[in-house]
Design a protein around this ligand. Structure first.
Ligand code: MTE
Length: 301
Protein backbone atom coordinates (compact mmCIF):
# COMPACT_ATOMS: atom_id res chain seq x y z
CA UNK A 1 0.00 0.00 0.00
CA UNK A 2 0.96 3.62 -0.06
CA UNK A 3 3.08 3.86 3.08
CA UNK A 4 6.25 1.80 2.95
CA UNK A 5 8.63 1.79 5.84
CA UNK A 6 12.09 2.59 4.62
CA UNK A 7 14.11 2.36 7.80
CA UNK A 8 14.08 -1.43 7.85
CA UNK A 9 16.15 -4.01 6.08
CA UNK A 10 15.24 -7.10 4.14
CA UNK A 11 16.71 -10.52 4.68
CA UNK A 12 18.80 -10.19 1.53
CA UNK A 13 20.34 -7.01 2.86
CA UNK A 14 21.61 -8.64 5.99
CA UNK A 15 22.64 -11.98 4.62
CA UNK A 16 24.24 -11.14 1.29
CA UNK A 17 27.94 -11.66 0.82
CA UNK A 18 28.49 -7.94 0.79
CA UNK A 19 26.58 -7.78 4.02
CA UNK A 20 28.32 -4.86 5.63
CA UNK A 21 28.38 -2.68 2.53
CA UNK A 22 24.75 -3.38 1.73
CA UNK A 23 23.63 -2.57 5.20
CA UNK A 24 25.46 0.72 5.15
CA UNK A 25 23.92 1.60 1.82
CA UNK A 26 20.41 0.82 2.95
CA UNK A 27 20.78 2.68 6.19
CA UNK A 28 22.50 5.63 4.56
CA UNK A 29 19.79 5.72 1.93
CA UNK A 30 17.12 5.82 4.57
CA UNK A 31 18.90 8.54 6.48
CA UNK A 32 19.65 10.72 3.49
CA UNK A 33 16.37 10.28 1.68
CA UNK A 34 13.95 10.48 4.52
CA UNK A 35 15.83 11.89 7.47
CA UNK A 36 14.46 9.21 9.74
CA UNK A 37 17.50 7.28 10.83
CA UNK A 38 19.61 9.23 13.28
CA UNK A 39 23.20 8.18 13.75
CA UNK A 40 22.54 6.40 17.03
CA UNK A 41 19.75 4.31 15.58
CA UNK A 42 21.81 3.64 12.50
CA UNK A 43 24.79 2.32 14.42
CA UNK A 44 22.59 0.23 16.67
CA UNK A 45 20.71 -1.20 13.71
CA UNK A 46 23.90 -2.19 11.94
CA UNK A 47 25.26 -3.87 15.00
CA UNK A 48 22.18 -5.61 16.29
CA UNK A 49 20.20 -6.70 13.23
CA UNK A 50 21.77 -10.10 12.68
CA UNK A 51 18.72 -12.37 12.53
CA UNK A 52 18.46 -15.34 14.86
CA UNK A 53 18.39 -18.80 13.36
CA UNK A 54 15.14 -20.50 12.34
CA UNK A 55 15.71 -22.90 15.26
CA UNK A 56 16.09 -20.10 17.83
CA UNK A 57 12.94 -18.40 16.59
CA UNK A 58 10.75 -21.50 16.35
CA UNK A 59 11.94 -23.60 19.30
CA UNK A 60 12.12 -21.03 22.11
CA UNK A 61 8.63 -19.57 22.43
CA UNK A 62 6.00 -18.12 24.71
CA UNK A 63 2.53 -19.33 23.75
CA UNK A 64 0.69 -20.29 26.93
CA UNK A 65 -2.16 -21.86 24.97
CA UNK A 66 0.25 -24.78 24.49
CA UNK A 67 1.92 -24.74 27.90
CA UNK A 68 4.19 -22.50 29.92
CA UNK A 69 7.52 -24.10 28.99
CA UNK A 70 9.64 -22.49 26.27
CA UNK A 71 9.65 -25.78 24.34
CA UNK A 72 5.92 -26.53 24.75
CA UNK A 73 4.72 -24.50 21.73
CA UNK A 74 7.15 -26.26 19.38
CA UNK A 75 6.14 -29.63 20.84
CA UNK A 76 2.36 -29.20 20.83
CA UNK A 77 1.27 -26.41 18.47
CA UNK A 78 1.09 -28.76 15.50
CA UNK A 79 -2.35 -29.78 16.79
CA UNK A 80 -3.78 -26.39 15.83
CA UNK A 81 -5.90 -26.25 12.65
CA UNK A 82 -5.15 -22.98 10.87
CA UNK A 83 -7.05 -23.61 7.63
CA UNK A 84 -9.85 -22.60 7.38
CA UNK A 85 -9.34 -19.47 9.51
CA UNK A 86 -11.76 -16.63 10.02
CA UNK A 87 -10.98 -13.21 11.47
CA UNK A 88 -13.94 -11.26 12.83
CA UNK A 89 -13.50 -7.51 12.55
CA UNK A 90 -16.17 -5.59 14.44
CA UNK A 91 -16.96 -2.61 16.65
CA UNK A 92 -16.41 0.89 15.31
CA UNK A 93 -15.81 -0.02 11.67
CA UNK A 94 -17.73 0.70 8.46
CA UNK A 95 -17.51 -2.87 7.17
CA UNK A 96 -17.79 -5.30 10.10
CA UNK A 97 -17.79 -8.98 9.29
CA UNK A 98 -16.14 -12.37 9.28
CA UNK A 99 -13.17 -12.19 6.95
CA UNK A 100 -11.64 -15.34 5.54
CA UNK A 101 -7.88 -15.34 6.12
CA UNK A 102 -7.24 -16.29 2.47
CA UNK A 103 -9.30 -13.30 1.28
CA UNK A 104 -7.35 -11.03 3.62
CA UNK A 105 -4.07 -12.32 2.22
CA UNK A 106 -5.25 -11.76 -1.36
CA UNK A 107 -5.76 -8.09 -0.54
CA UNK A 108 -2.66 -7.34 1.53
CA UNK A 109 0.89 -6.52 0.46
CA UNK A 110 3.30 -8.82 2.24
CA UNK A 111 6.83 -7.55 2.77
CA UNK A 112 9.83 -8.51 4.85
CA UNK A 113 10.60 -6.67 8.10
CA UNK A 114 13.64 -7.48 10.20
CA UNK A 115 12.82 -6.37 13.72
CA UNK A 116 14.36 -6.63 17.12
CA UNK A 117 12.04 -8.53 19.47
CA UNK A 118 12.36 -7.93 23.21
CA UNK A 119 10.45 -10.02 25.72
CA UNK A 120 9.50 -8.51 29.09
CA UNK A 121 11.46 -11.42 30.62
CA UNK A 122 14.65 -9.68 29.37
CA UNK A 123 15.62 -11.95 26.50
CA UNK A 124 15.68 -10.84 22.88
CA UNK A 125 16.01 -11.99 19.29
CA UNK A 126 16.15 -10.49 15.82
CA UNK A 127 13.40 -11.90 13.60
CA UNK A 128 12.94 -11.58 9.84
CA UNK A 129 9.15 -11.41 9.64
CA UNK A 130 6.99 -11.43 6.56
CA UNK A 131 3.75 -9.59 6.97
CA UNK A 132 1.54 -6.66 6.09
CA UNK A 133 0.87 -3.39 7.83
CA UNK A 134 -1.98 -3.54 10.30
CA UNK A 135 -3.04 -0.12 8.97
CA UNK A 136 -3.91 -1.73 5.65
CA UNK A 137 -6.15 -4.33 7.29
CA UNK A 138 -7.89 -1.67 9.37
CA UNK A 139 -8.35 0.46 6.24
CA UNK A 140 -10.00 -2.54 4.57
CA UNK A 141 -12.61 -2.63 7.36
CA UNK A 142 -12.91 1.17 7.50
CA UNK A 143 -12.19 2.70 10.90
CA UNK A 144 -14.91 5.03 12.20
CA UNK A 145 -13.94 8.46 13.53
CA UNK A 146 -15.00 7.57 17.11
CA UNK A 147 -12.55 4.62 17.34
CA UNK A 148 -9.65 5.18 19.74
CA UNK A 149 -8.31 1.68 20.47
CA UNK A 150 -7.97 -1.73 18.86
CA UNK A 151 -8.64 -4.92 20.81
CA UNK A 152 -7.27 -8.27 19.63
CA UNK A 153 -8.29 -11.75 20.66
CA UNK A 154 -6.62 -15.14 20.19
CA UNK A 155 -8.49 -18.32 19.30
CA UNK A 156 -10.09 -20.31 22.14
CA UNK A 157 -10.06 -24.00 21.23
CA UNK A 158 -8.99 -26.17 24.19
CA UNK A 159 -9.32 -29.40 22.20
CA UNK A 160 -6.40 -28.24 20.04
CA UNK A 161 -4.68 -25.87 22.46
CA UNK A 162 -3.84 -28.13 25.36
CA UNK A 163 -2.71 -25.29 27.66
CA UNK A 164 -6.23 -23.86 27.60
CA UNK A 165 -7.40 -26.81 29.68
CA UNK A 166 -5.66 -25.12 32.60
CA UNK A 167 -6.60 -21.76 34.03
CA UNK A 168 -3.08 -20.31 33.82
CA UNK A 169 -4.65 -17.21 32.34
CA UNK A 170 -8.22 -16.14 31.69
CA UNK A 171 -8.68 -17.36 28.10
CA UNK A 172 -8.85 -16.14 25.44
CA UNK A 173 -5.60 -14.14 25.37
CA UNK A 174 -6.42 -10.47 24.75
CA UNK A 175 -4.26 -7.53 23.75
CA UNK A 176 -4.83 -3.94 22.75
CA UNK A 177 -3.25 -0.91 21.13
CA UNK A 178 -4.12 2.74 20.96
CA UNK A 179 -5.34 3.52 17.44
CA UNK A 180 -2.32 5.66 16.55
CA UNK A 181 -0.01 2.80 17.63
CA UNK A 182 -2.04 0.35 15.54
CA UNK A 183 -1.82 2.61 12.50
CA UNK A 184 1.92 3.21 12.85
CA UNK A 185 3.75 1.82 9.81
CA UNK A 186 6.08 -0.28 12.00
CA UNK A 187 3.09 -2.26 13.33
CA UNK A 188 2.52 -5.40 11.30
CA UNK A 189 0.52 -8.58 11.13
CA UNK A 190 3.12 -11.29 10.63
CA UNK A 191 2.24 -14.24 8.42
CA UNK A 192 5.73 -15.60 7.77
CA UNK A 193 9.31 -15.92 9.02
CA UNK A 194 12.36 -16.24 6.76
CA UNK A 195 9.99 -16.25 3.76
CA UNK A 196 8.17 -19.38 4.99
CA UNK A 197 4.63 -19.61 6.33
CA UNK A 198 4.67 -18.70 10.01
CA UNK A 199 4.82 -21.88 12.14
CA UNK A 200 1.96 -22.55 14.54
CA UNK A 201 4.18 -22.00 17.58
CA UNK A 202 4.89 -18.45 16.40
CA UNK A 203 1.20 -17.56 15.99
CA UNK A 204 -0.13 -18.94 12.71
CA UNK A 205 -1.77 -17.93 10.60
CA UNK A 206 -1.56 -14.29 11.66
CA UNK A 207 -0.05 -12.58 14.71
CA UNK A 208 0.62 -9.02 15.71
CA UNK A 209 4.18 -7.62 15.86
CA UNK A 210 4.79 -4.26 17.56
CA UNK A 211 8.60 -4.05 17.67
CA UNK A 212 8.95 -1.19 20.18
CA UNK A 213 6.85 -2.94 22.82
CA UNK A 214 7.51 -5.94 25.04
CA UNK A 215 6.74 -9.21 23.29
CA UNK A 216 3.54 -9.94 25.20
CA UNK A 217 1.78 -7.21 23.19
CA UNK A 218 2.46 -9.23 20.02
CA UNK A 219 -0.61 -11.47 20.32
CA UNK A 220 -0.68 -14.69 18.32
CA UNK A 221 -3.24 -16.60 16.23
CA UNK A 222 -5.75 -13.75 16.09
CA UNK A 223 -9.44 -14.46 15.42
CA UNK A 224 -11.03 -11.18 16.45
CA UNK A 225 -10.19 -7.50 16.04
CA UNK A 226 -12.50 -4.93 17.63
CA UNK A 227 -12.33 -1.17 17.16
CA UNK A 228 -13.45 0.54 20.33
CA UNK A 229 -13.44 3.87 22.18
CA UNK A 230 -12.31 2.28 25.48
CA UNK A 231 -8.84 1.09 26.47
CA UNK A 232 -8.98 -2.73 26.24
CA UNK A 233 -8.01 -4.80 29.28
CA UNK A 234 -5.07 -6.87 28.13
CA UNK A 235 -4.42 -10.35 29.54
CA UNK A 236 -1.18 -9.64 31.41
CA UNK A 237 -2.47 -6.42 32.94
CA UNK A 238 -5.63 -8.26 34.04
CA UNK A 239 -3.44 -10.94 35.62
CA UNK A 240 -0.97 -8.67 37.42
CA UNK A 241 -1.57 -4.93 36.95
CA UNK A 242 1.30 -3.94 39.26
CA UNK A 243 3.78 -5.67 36.92
CA UNK A 244 2.34 -5.40 33.41
CA UNK A 245 0.69 -2.34 31.95
CA UNK A 246 -1.25 -1.48 28.85
CA UNK A 247 1.56 0.37 27.07
CA UNK A 248 4.47 -2.02 27.67
CA UNK A 249 6.91 0.13 25.72
CA UNK A 250 10.45 -1.27 25.95
CA UNK A 251 12.20 1.05 28.38
CA UNK A 252 15.58 0.41 30.06
CA UNK A 253 14.83 3.20 32.56
CA UNK A 254 11.68 1.59 33.96
CA UNK A 255 12.38 -1.70 35.69
CA UNK A 256 9.95 -4.55 36.14
CA UNK A 257 9.16 -4.75 39.88
CA UNK A 258 11.06 -8.05 40.07
CA UNK A 259 13.97 -7.49 37.66
CA UNK A 260 15.93 -4.86 35.79
CA UNK A 261 15.01 -3.95 32.23
CA UNK A 262 18.32 -2.16 31.60
CA UNK A 263 19.87 -5.06 29.70
CA UNK A 264 18.90 -8.21 27.87
CA UNK A 265 20.19 -11.66 26.95
CA UNK A 266 20.30 -12.36 23.24
CA UNK A 267 18.96 -15.84 22.49
CA UNK A 268 21.38 -17.93 20.45
CA UNK A 269 24.51 -16.32 21.80
CA UNK A 270 25.51 -19.30 23.91
CA UNK A 271 25.75 -19.73 27.64
CA UNK A 272 28.47 -17.13 28.20
CA UNK A 273 27.26 -14.43 25.85
CA UNK A 274 27.34 -11.05 27.56
CA UNK A 275 24.13 -9.18 28.27
CA UNK A 276 23.61 -6.22 25.97
CA UNK A 277 22.07 -2.87 26.91
CA UNK A 278 18.37 -2.55 26.18
CA UNK A 279 17.48 0.35 23.91
CA UNK A 280 14.66 2.76 24.60
CA UNK A 281 11.60 1.77 22.55
CA UNK A 282 13.74 -1.25 21.62
CA UNK A 283 15.81 0.90 19.25
CA UNK A 284 12.81 2.46 17.47
CA UNK A 285 12.86 5.71 19.42
CA UNK A 286 13.29 7.93 16.36
CA UNK A 287 10.25 6.40 14.79
CA UNK A 288 7.83 6.19 17.72
CA UNK A 289 8.82 8.59 20.51
CA UNK A 290 6.47 11.27 19.14
CA UNK A 291 3.49 9.00 19.88
CA UNK A 292 4.18 9.47 23.59
CA UNK A 293 5.11 13.14 23.76
CA UNK A 294 4.13 14.62 27.11
CA UNK A 295 3.23 11.21 28.55
CA UNK A 296 4.76 9.97 31.80
CA UNK A 297 6.29 6.66 30.66
CA UNK A 298 6.91 5.60 34.24
CA UNK A 299 3.23 5.92 35.17
CA UNK A 300 2.11 4.50 31.81
CA UNK A 301 4.37 1.44 31.79
N1 MTE B 1 -0.01 -14.65 22.25
C1 MTE B 1 -0.81 -15.61 22.77
N2 MTE B 1 -2.01 -15.81 22.22
N3 MTE B 1 -0.43 -16.35 23.85
C2 MTE B 1 0.77 -16.14 24.47
O1 MTE B 1 1.06 -16.83 25.47
N4 MTE B 1 2.86 -14.84 24.54
C3 MTE B 1 3.39 -13.51 24.28
C4 MTE B 1 3.32 -13.14 22.80
N5 MTE B 1 2.03 -13.47 22.25
C5 MTE B 1 1.63 -15.14 23.95
C6 MTE B 1 1.21 -14.42 22.81
C7 MTE B 1 4.76 -13.36 24.76
S1 MTE B 1 4.97 -13.24 26.46
C8 MTE B 1 5.83 -13.25 23.92
S2 MTE B 1 7.39 -12.87 24.49
C9 MTE B 1 5.67 -13.49 22.48
O2 MTE B 1 4.34 -13.84 22.11
C10 MTE B 1 6.61 -14.59 22.02
O3 MTE B 1 6.60 -14.71 20.64
P1 MTE B 1 7.51 -15.81 19.95
O4 MTE B 1 7.24 -17.10 20.63
O5 MTE B 1 7.12 -15.83 18.51
O6 MTE B 1 8.94 -15.36 20.15
Amino acid sequence: MAHRWTNTLTHEDVTSERLFLNRRQVMAGAAAGFGMAGLGTQAAAEEALEPNSWEDITEYNNFYEFGTGKGDPAAYAEALTTDPWTVTIDGLVDRPGDYDFKDIMARMTVEERIYRFRCVEAWSMVIPWNGFELADLLEMAGVKAEAKFVRFETLYRPEEMRGQKYRTIDWPYVEGLRLDEALHPLTIMATGIYGKTIPNQNGAPMRLVVPWKYGFKSIKSIVKITLTDEEPINTWKALQASEYGFYANVNPEVDHPRWSQASERKIGGGLFSPRVPTLKFNGYEEEVASLYEGMDLRANF
